[in-house]
Design a protein around this ligand. Sequence first.
Ligand code: NAP
Length: 296
Amino acid sequence: MKIVLTGSLGHISRPLAQQLLAAGHRVTVISHSAARAKEIRALGATPAIGRISDEAFLTTTFTGADAVYLMITNTNDDQDIFAAGHRQATIYAQAVLTAGVQHVVNLSSVGANLGPEVGALYIYHIIEDVLTHALASTATLTFLRPTGMFYNLLGSLPSIKRDHAIYTNNSVTKRGSWVAPIDIVPIAAQALTTPRPGVTHQYIASDERSYQEIAALLGRALNLPDLRAIQIDDATMTRNLLASGLPQTFTTQYVKMLAYERDSDFYADYRAHHPVLGPTKLADFSQTVARAYHQL
Ligand SMILES: NC(=O)c1ccc[n+]([C@@H]2O[C@H](COP(=O)([O-])OP(=O)(O)OC[C@H]3O[C@@H](n4cnc5c(N)ncnc54)[C@H](OP(=O)(O)O)[C@@H]3O)[C@@H](O)[C@H]2O)c1
């Protein structure tokens, strides 16, 4: 098959390209950095250098493809993250329609079933909605809904170093669901190469742990037995994120998302369609955190 991947050589798209190429597919990888072309070619894939906001570029790149993998990047900086999500989904939908692509896999997220009450994750509801309305009659559509990426925890490294603490306005005792990007790869590959008919939604997860359990795991890996997960209030979380340089709109919606997880049954739909957990565990990832910690 001829398959086009957005997401450049990122956490998911690099190993996804490698798996698809090893299975004999022809793969084009979209990057917005010309410097990446050489590395993409070295994998055996075809580079397509351009921006995912450029509909004409996408249409040309998608033409002749059997399947495309669509993800969003960099909406965090936008004044209105939901308008940015709507805009990007509309561009994707139009390019897929004009190019006549038959199979679409979208990297969505846990929380995409919910409304504006879920804060930042509402962007995925909007994107799923736009793509479904525009494409459901002409293409198969698979929405992959991974849970929280393991690598989000790297954002806590500065406070781990400074205070031996992971701060969150989420609950520190409720179990959350987490995913290793590498565990998304075989599921995305299967969705691209053997798509199910119609519109499908698929949760992807690797491990289920509370912040307290994660602090204990990381405490062992980092040799910090006093490492703790500490719940802070929404206003303090907001101040901390703004101080770390995150934009205002995204921060507001991010804090709202964690508060929703804390106060509501965020995982109800995930539980109702529970995936088989992937093989990579947070205990494995704690070694990656340890390496990053010692390089700080
Ligand atoms: N964090 C979470 O917990 C979570 C949960 C659920 C879903 N997700 C989704 O997962 C995504 C991240 O996936 P990932 O980790 O595989 O990605 P990633 O490693 O962040 O890689 C994305 C790559 O896309 C390329 N890119 C950025 N802007 C671009 C543009 N305007 N046009 C074309 N290419 C562009 C960049 O590479 P170049 O510089 O080479 O272009 C970047 O390295 C998030 O964006 C989110 O939508 C995240």
